[in-house]
Design a protein around this ligand. Sequence first.
Ligand code: NA7
Length: 545
Amino acid sequence: ATGGSPQSYDAIVIGAGFAGLYQLHLLRDRLGLKTRVLETADGVGGTWYWNRYPGARCDSESHSYRYFFSKELHESWDYSERYPGQEEIRAYLNHVADKLALRPDIQLSTKVTAAAWDEAAGRWTVTTEAGERFACQWLITAVGCLSSANVPNIPGLEDFRGEWHHTGRWPHEGVDFAGKRVGQVGTGSTGIQAVPVIAETAGSLTVFQRTANYSVPARNGPLNEQRKKEWRDNFEEVRKLVQSTPNAHPFRISTDRALDQDEATRLERYQKAWDIGGLRFRAVFHDLLLSKEANDTAAEFLKGKIREIVKDPETARILSDIDHPYAAKRPPIDTNYFDTFNLDHVSVVDVRADPIRRIVPEGIELESGAVHELDVIVFATGFDAMTGPLLSIDFQGAGGRRLRDDWAAGPKTWVGVAIPGYPNLFTVTGPGSPSVLANMIVPIEQHVEWIADCIETMRREGVERIEATPAAAEAWMAHVGDAANATLLPQAGHSWYLGANVPGKPRVFMPYAGGMVRFRQICDAVAARGYEGFAMGAPADPAAP
Ligand code: NA7
């Protein structure tokens, strides 16, 4: 179908991860729209297709990391461990694709490179890397928010004699570390998962740490049959629970305040939470992300744990030299991360004190001139989060405006799902959505359902065109800023929430920190008021070109 007139659809969905699969199901099977999913990869799974690095695992507990829209689907699948591993989540999504017969409408190995709004036709034209063209009335991006790999621009990488890989683009055949000198850059959630597993086979492992990080033991383990049955039988309860907590996890954040406790009680509570493990640690007190003084008590406890676990005092000092509040950056959870530094062949290098200068053919050279000779470099350096995947597509909106220009000073959306100037375009988990601050599945389901409801309303009422107003988006991004500023989240100056991990990216706090419950209420109110903040049927700003 290259050249000639584009293939025509009602709706095109970009991406076949959790969001894209469910969006296809709703648009095709509930609304009866002629829908096509375009997916870069040669399989479904999104994040869980690409992130095949050693130790890749979800930080959400497995009974909450699954769709909740169908009881039948729910009952057709069990995960095997407390936290689902990458391969198992990918298998789950393949299972869903089969169960809902989604595959015939998913076009794999198809990378969307551009999308342009044709005002006269009232349709989007979507172009792929291979030059295929599609026309559609509604365009939905389900491209993920942590999917554009951020490979740091370190001079000399092309001269490196060994092999290097980014965790988010891991080779499918795996990487053989046996006996090799491995260097890993990055100690975020990903790096902290990878270190213990890489250390199992590597000849040596050197971790290049720019920012020390907290981590709480995940306490992963197999789920026994009784547990599996319990999750299966309590579908409604779990669904209600995840939809009623601000972070969409299957546990409630305590209403107790850290600062109201005496020292002994507080420590006891922290110790208990440490023993339970995982993101539940964050839930132990209500004020951990609201008060620096409260946060300091948790931070001190966690730093103490690092110093307790790590035997070498200098290594312990480097690993516990953490300068942001606990959970102000996404808090990692781990399996034996700090213990791994007690192994003779594993070490940490503080590249804040002695930064990476360049990569040389033999390895990594620091500002001091020290060279670490390596056979493999692993970049666990994260993603161009939230805006990266959208801006990698050349979006051309009404009047020829470009998303890259419109977002040059930072992204602007109305309730995370719509962008002024881009009619009939919906973004799942876009900037301004709470997605990355929550157990991702719950916001994904909410966005996808809200979008389907909106399109259904348009069809019922004979409205061909919808567009967020600039005023609504301005107000929303101001509210997103206020919600973040009410917490300690902006205090981690180098977090990807702020775009600070990508040089040159505007510093704007992107996710909505007001909580998933509040977000859902706001979106429901927007719809109930006849799609407030949207212009229905006509351009939002008639004065614009
Ligand atoms: P993150 O959380 O962005 O972590 C990336 C890590 O890589 C972090 O430690 C960075 O240090 C480090 N980094 C990035 N660039 C460099 C350079 N140039 N030199 C040295 N170190 C660098 O990504 P993850 O993949 O771990 O996690 C992403 C999300 O996926 C996670 O939050 C979960 O939601 C799932 P920095 O802190 O910037 O100094």
